[in-house]
Design a binder for this molecule. Structure first.
Ligand SMILES: *Cc1c(COP(=O)(O)O)cnc(C)c1O
Length: 377
């Protein structure tokens, strides 16, 4: 039996990606930048409904440049969702700012508005806030935006995992001042590696900010015949080849979201009766892209997450724990953390991410569920 991946690249059956790459080869537009990059930016901006977008080498690079665009400087406090991948927090440290981690909310698994309010009481001058739409589950953006507006903080939405998720009819990544997407190999669509930054200020301002981000991302090269630099630059742009893959992947994004949601529905239907097993939260008026299907094993469960992961591993099936909260990471040991009854830690300790590869067949899903059900006896 074949190995089952957690989430792996899934190119279109039609070969759209290769056609865009071929065009780049045929015109020798391998680098730099080029038509695929420009078109990919336009296509993603049109899809989520924003004025402009900058294609970058990674989602991490997009978070880094969003922090710069937000004016975050040495010593500034930045509130960051505690339950996330370290790539959300690392760029705060690149800019010598101070991350303060905010616990999650039970209802959304994302940043707790209550904990965020308390964080502002302690740090009224916090410069920016980084909520995350974890596993594609929309954060409570209404309340988070309201709190941040009242305190004058810039909002950078980490939508790396949530491309295509909607909250109250609008795409995640388009609520905050900035939104970040990732096309890393395991994300819902991939360019082999890459990211995108969008800005949600009024159109003219957004275009100017995104222009500035493109400037920083291409070594801050001033418009002069010789190489002239007035600011520190970065080599953060996406290549024309990667962007070609991205253009092809955009054509199947809606299909992938449908498939991810079907995988989640399958698990709900076939594991929902197991004692103590519950699923990640879904809310009316929202569409989660279900990037990964995640379960929780509560007190009534006779089975622990490690049992599930080991049993799946025995069957050549990949799964993994929920993200380990940032305040528990040795690298961030010195950082402050605002608690909401330890929700993030509990989600980590009780959670398993189940295989969510869009290439999974019904037989694969049956095989996975059979292994899991076996643990309940
Ligand atoms: C993947 C991911 C990132 C980073 O994106 P890269 O493109 O891998 O740099 C940031 N935040 C979260 C929550 C992610 O899952």
């Amino acid at each position: 039996m074949a190995h089952i991946f957690l989430a792996s690249p899934h190119m279109s059956a039609e070969g759209y990606e290769q056609a865009y790459i071929k065009e780049a080869f045929d015109t020798n537009w391998i680098a730099p930048l080029g038509k695929n990059v420009n078109e990919f930016e336009k296509e993603l901006a049109a899809y989520v409904g924003v004025a402009d977008a900058a294609a970058l080498s990674a989602g991490t690079a997009a978070i880094h440049l969003a922090l710069k665009a937000a004016g975050v400087e040495e010593g500034d406090v930045v509130f960051c969702q505690d339950l996330t991948f370290s790539a959300t927090a690392n760029p705060i440290v690149y800019e010598k700012a101070t991350p303060v981690f905010i616990d999650s909310d039970r209802e959304t698994w994302d940043m707790s508005p209550e904990a965020l309010e308390r964080a502002f009481e302690k740090y009224p001058n916090a410069k920016a806030v980084l909520p995350v739409h974890l596993y594609g589950l929309p954060a409570n953006m209404d309340r988070i935006m309201d709190i941040c507006r009242r305190h004058g903080a810039v909002v950078i939405e980490d939508a790396a995992e949530s491309l295509g998720s909607t909250y109250r009819g609008k795409y995640t990544g388009t609520f905050g001042d900035y939104g970040v997407f990732s096309f890393n190999g395991n994300k819902i669509i991939t360019t082999s590696g890459g990211g995108m930054l969008v800005c949600n200020l009024p159109d003219e301002q957004a275009k100017e900010r995104i222009g500035k981000v493109r400037f920083w991302a291409t070594q801050s090269r001033e418009p002069a015949r010789h190489y002239e630099h007035k600011e520190i630059g970065y080599n953060y742009r996406m290549s024309n080849i990667c962007a070609g893959i991205g253009r092809g992947q955009m054509k199947v994004l809606e299909q992938r979201i449908l498939q991810k949601r079907q995988i989640f529905a399958y698990y709900q239907e076939h594991l929902g009766d197991l004692a103590g097993l519950s699923f990640m939260p879904m809310h009316e008026g929202e569409r989660a892209n279900c990037w990964l299907s995640v379960i929780q094993l509560g007190e009534e469960s006779p089975v622990r997450p490690l049992d599930v992961m080991l049993a799946l591993e025995q069957g050549d099936v990949e799964s993994r724990p929920v993200w380990k909260p940032m305040h528990l990471q040795p690298v961030f040991a010195g950082c402050d953390y605002v608690d909401n009854s330890g929700v993030a830690q509990s989600l980590f300790e009780n959670g398993v991410c189940l295989p969510s590869d869009t290439k999974l067949t019904e037989a694969d899903l049956e095989r996975i569920c059979k292994i899991i059900r076996g643990l309940w006896g």
